[in-house]
Design a protein around this ligand. Structure first.
Ligand code: FE2
Ligand code: FE2
Length: 269
């Protein structure tokens, strides 16, 4: 695990960066997640680091790198999202506000156990999303703008790289008993619903803006493309996320997708 600073420049990127614009808009909606969740992850893991004893020094070191990686992810996605705000989607920030406020509320009102379980739920989604992006989306990524593709590849490959940190933190603090397992699974389902509801709202807004300029047949074709790609992503994600529900789930045992290691080597100077 290491910190990488890819230095992307999104100033000239088009929101429709993939040939299937509904696909680009799905990932543009996903891009609002790291802007808000990653500062939350960093704050939660800083609290975890404070309560972990000296016997967990290796994990404390991993948390340090984890946090630095998440800060870089957040920075790059915020820069990418600024381009979206300026490209004819001014309503995005209003939708993001309630999502951002949720994290402030979680930090203020929820227990550390809840927040760590939520973070682990998100991290489990992140490593699965990495596998889906590297293994299942060729038909959508062919002909897409390399810059947006590389933003996602770099981010998701690092999500895969640090996939174990929150899981180990949860285990170190709350053990491996039945209640710890059930609460971890509940935290995962809570996070998946919370994040999924938010990204669906943003994607619906982005597609609605795009569809204003379309004729009725074009609109129907756009809706059909969205339905197909959603079905593909959902199916590929579910197959992988099913493992998270198992009592023997261990993200450390997952194998990187072809291309992940090479991609990360490209940004490791
Ligand atoms: Fe991240
Ligand atoms: Fe992460």
């Amino acid at each position: 695990m290491k910190v990488r600073q890819p230095g992307f420049d999104f100033s000239s990127i088009n929101p429709h960066w993939a040939p299937v614009r509904e696909f680009a808009q799905s990932y543009n909606a996903f891009s609002t997640v790291p802007a808000h969740i990653e500062p939350f992850l960093v704050k939660v893991m800083m609290r975890v680091k404070e309560v972990l004893g000296p016997e967990h020094q290796a994990l404390r070191n991993d948390i340090e790198i984890f946090n630095k990686q998440e800060v870089q992810h957040c920075k790059q996605h915020v820069a990418f999202n600024k381009m979206l705000y300026k490209s004819g989607y001014p309503g995005m920030q209003a939708i993001e506000k309630s999502y951002r406020d949720d994290y402030a509320r979680f930090l203020e009102q929820k227990s550390l156990r809840f927040n760590v379980a939520y973070c682990e739920g998100f991290e489990a989604m992140g490593s699965a999303a990495g596998q889906v992006f590297f293994e299942e989306l060729k038909e959508y990524l062919d002909g897409a703008d390399e810059l947006a593709v590389n933003l996602w590849k770099w981010h998701l490959a690092e999500e895969f790289e640090h996939r174990e940190v929150c899981f180990q933190a949860y285990k170190a603090l709350y053990g491996k008993g039945l209640f710890a397992y059930l609460y971890r699974v509940w935290g995962f389902m809570f996070a998946a619903k919370h994040i999924g509801t938010h990204t669906a709202r943003v994607a619906a807004y982005l597609n609605a803006v795009d569809r204003e300029a379309l004729s009725e047949p074009e609109r129907q074709a756009s809706l059909a493309r969205e339905k197909t790609l959603k079905g593909k992503i959902r199916k590929a994600s579910r197959q992988r996320l099913f493992k998270v529900l198992s009592p023997s789930y261990d993200p450390g045992k997952m194998v990187p997708s072809p291309g992940m290691v090479e991609l990360l080597a490209r940004y490791s100077s």
